[in-house]
Design a protein around this ligand. Structure first.
Ligand code: ADP
Ligand code: MG
Length: 157
């Protein structure tokens, strides 16, 4: 796991903006952290970095919002209200998870069984003077992504 500490909302958004440069089609990221941790703000930074000018708001009621105008399509989900993975089937989640865009799932920990084996976990914790953003890549592709973003080198076997 690699962590970055941000001291302001602007810094968190900037991490997202920088991260956007390293994203490739098909990437899937699970975002976790308490309400108000900064999950949506991070995705707003991602959107900016992808060149999306639409206003990105929390998809709490729609479950999914998609933005097609950037460098790569952005699929932004919030599954907080999902009670049963069946509801994910109803919204056709596979089309997004295995599509040509990048998918960010707020509260992804609520549907762990639906994630592909390889994905990136990002957890945001409220700390005294800001936020700690933890990156936990599962699979080589996401290790490379975190390495590019943070400079942390994962061992190659
Ligand atoms: P979530 O989607 O996790 O519920 P939001 O991104 O909607 O959270 O909201 C995060 C809130 O916390 C925003 O109001 C933001 O201004 C505030 N905040 C304060 N400091 C930080 C920080 N260092 N990083 C991210 N958000 C912060
Ligand atoms: Mg949110």
């Amino acid at each position: 796991m690699v962590s970055i500490v941000t001291k302001s909302p602007q810094e968190t958004e900037y991490i997202g903006k920088r991260m956007a440069a390293f994203l490739t089609p098909g990437d899937i990221i699970s975002l976790t952290g308490d309400l108000g941790a900064g999950k949506t703000l991070l995705v707003q930074g991602i959107a900016k970095g992808l060149g999306i000018e639409d206003i990105v708001t929390s998809p709490t009621f729609t479950i999914i919002q998609q933005y097609e105008e950037g460098r790569i399509p952005l699929y932004h989900m919030d599954v907080y209200r999902i009670k049963d993975p069946i509801e994910m089937e109803d919204i056709g989640y596979e089309e997004y998870f295995y599509g040509q865009g990048v998918t960010f799932v707020e509260w992804g920990n609520l549907i762990p069984e639906l994630f592909p084996e390889e994905h990136l976990k990002i957890h945001i914790t409220n700390i005294e003077d800001g936020r700690e953003i933890d990156f936990e890549p599962v699979g080589r592709h996401y290790m490379d992504l975190v390495e590019e973003l943070t400079g942390h080198a994962y061992t190659r076997i």
